[in-house]
Structures are given as C-alpha cells and as structure tokens.
Design a protein around this ligand. Sequence first.
Ligand code: BT5
Length: 203
Amino acid sequence: MKVVRLATTPSTQEVARDLPAGSVVVTDHQSAGRGRLGRTWETPPGTALLASFVLPARPLASLAAGVAVAHACGPRARLKWPNDAMLGGAKLAGILAELHGDRVVVGIGINLSWAPPGAAMLGAGTDRDALLERLAAELERWFAAPDAEVLAAWRERADTLGRTVSVELPGERFQGLAEDVADDGSLIVAGRTVAAGDVIHLR
Ligand code: BT5
C-alpha cells in the first residue's frame, strides 16, 4: 500500500477518491469527517485512526471491509449491520464505502483514546501504525476472498443476527427478528429483505 499521510484534511475520502487502487490516506484530524447518508464523523485531533483505503471494487465490499475491521480490532469486536464495528455493544468504528468506477474508497474511523458518549474506544495505548498495518493486511485478505467466505466471516462476527431490531427506512419503520444476511449482503428481518438503511438493536 502506498501511504499518504496528512496532518489535517477536511476528509480523507476526498483525497483518496483521486488516487489509484493500492493507496491509503491517513490523517490525525478531519475538519469535515463524513458518515453515511450525510451524517458527520467526529473525532478530536490525534485520538483515532482515520484512513481511506482505495481498493478494487467487488461485490459485498462493505461487508468485507467490516470483517477486516473486526479482525484488525481484535477478537472482541463484533459487527452491526451493515458495517459498524462494535465493542461491548457500543460503536467502536464506522465504515463508509464509496464506489468510484472500478475502485471503492473505504473510509474507516476507529476510536482509540476518545469516543462520544455511549460509544467505545480501543484504548489510548493502541499503536496506531501497527493497527493501520493490520487493517491493510486484513482488507487485502478479505477483498480477495470469495463472496461465500466474506458472508461466513461476517455471520461469525455478527452482533445483529438473532436479535430483535428496528429497521429505519425512508418513510417507514418496522421491527422484527434479524434472521440472516442474504447473498447480496442485504439483511433479512422478519422475512423482509433490507438492502439499505439503518437498524437499531432492541434486544
Ligand atoms: C459511519 O457512518 O459510521 C461511517 C464513518 C466513517 C468515518 C471515516 S473516518 C475516515 C474517512 N473519512 C471520512 O470523512 N469518513 C471516513 P454512519 O453509520 O452514518 O454513522 C455516523 C454516526 O455515528 C453519526 O451520526 C454519530 O451518531 C455517530 N458518530 C460520529 N462520530 C462518532 C465516533 N467517533 N464514534 C462513534 N460514533 C460516532
């Protein structure tokens, strides 16, 4: 991986989108970090791993990235659909996968020494460069893995499956048991296929 390091930037996603596959942009601080669906990603300077990896596009890119993050963060990290990494039931890391032609820019924010109220962090003692290296290796591994392996690995780390969840869709909300992920990465809740949206773990 070719690493581009920046002291500060509005968002590593914007820098990475112009780079070739095999690049990664890392920064200490983002002034306009982005989440999904126009939401913001907040981290005080120097308290998180903030990186955007440019990878070849593949099906299930978002789930593959989630599996890679969970593996890089350790055995206790779990996954909330579609791809939040969780620690002890709280959000540890967020992933934003954006498709640009034949490349996908995978933005990853992992809390290390700070987290907003109710969220989790990996700990101030975490070696950020070692974590970046583990992340790069895991992404390479899971982006090369067959779909069936990605799905199996996702299920193994899933915190969402087997729970009652609330599904938030544009203009609709319903509750039900999160039964499985479908072959295309959709979540199956009470027999309904949810391709995009947010879920809230109820119990
Ligand atoms: C995400 O969005 O979880 C994807 C976040 C991706 C951030 C990385 S950092 C490197 C790269 N550059 C960027 O600009 N972005 C990527 P979403 O599922 O929409 O969750 C966003 C929500 O998480 C916010 O609305 C808050 O409620 C919450 N949140 C914000 N900052 C957080 C933090 N540091 N830790 C935990 N939750 C946070």
